[in-house]
Ligand binder design. Sequence first.
Ligand SMILES: C[S@@+](CC[C@H](N)C(=O)[O-])C[C@H]1O[C@@H](n2cnc3c(N)ncnc32)[C@H](O)[C@@H]1O
Length: 273
Amino acid sequence: MNRPSFNFDGGGIAEKYDEILVPVMFDPWADLLLEEVAPDPAWRVLDLATGTGIVAHKVASLLSKSGSLICTDISPDMLGVARQKLGKAIGQGQVSFQQASADQLALDDEEIDIVYCQQGFQFFPDHDAAAAEISRVLKPGGQAAVATWCSVAECEFFQLIVDCLEEMGLSELASKMRIPFDHMPAEKLENHFQSAGFGAVEVRRLTDELVFEQGTQQAYRTVYGTPIGPDLVKLEDEAIDAFKQMFAEGCEDLTSGDVTRCEISSLLMVARK
Ligand SMILES: C[S@@+](CC[C@H](N)C(=O)[O-])C[C@H]1O[C@@H](n2cnc3c(N)ncnc32)[C@H](O)[C@@H]1O
């Protein structure tokens, strides 16, 4: 399989992701996800590819004393930040962590009521194996709620980054920036879960705004919160200046007063075992 991969370890990526990207993107989308599919307070919940734990953090506050939450991710760095964020809940013994690939979870068969996976599924190297693993750990009648970004053309901010990189001839970096967006169309997502034996599989497209209250400067900082940030800082100064200027020009159309707003769309798949 020749899909390029994205690495969330090293280079301070986990800390930057949590500080820069989570507040503007993943926090509001976690609210949307949980509005669409809320957990029962007494459920055993799996947050798969928990990253720095934004979905898990919100789920923990919704659970009663009889509910529990397990957070898994392949990246030790991302899990390290999640552990800190969920410190208080861990103290209550209701939240646990596991470093694991999504297709090899150290969980029993049929122990989970709901699996959340926000913007992680598209990165898994073997999607069928991951969907089968989700099915294995779910109780009969349990649900999977999986969100994956729509194509980069439907996510304006990231399309702008890709356009700038392509214009500069940095096609490898542009392809890398497409990874979270361009590899999981709705039909493919649906097929993976149908193949894993899920009965009812529904995929919807949700659109929201990505809002940078501090305008273009905040939008520019946010570029460095993505896993291409460490690649960008390695460019020559002239290339960085050219990128910054092109990006700022592209932001003009998206900025009104001090605020920059971009549309962003995600698929939300809900499947019942
Ligand atoms: C964009 S982040 C999303 C994190 C989190 N769900 C959120 O909403 O902020 C993608 C996450 O998928 C994880 N990931 C990538 N490949 C994985 C795999 N094979 N198994 C488990 N997690 C994986 C990464 O380490 C990263 O934390």
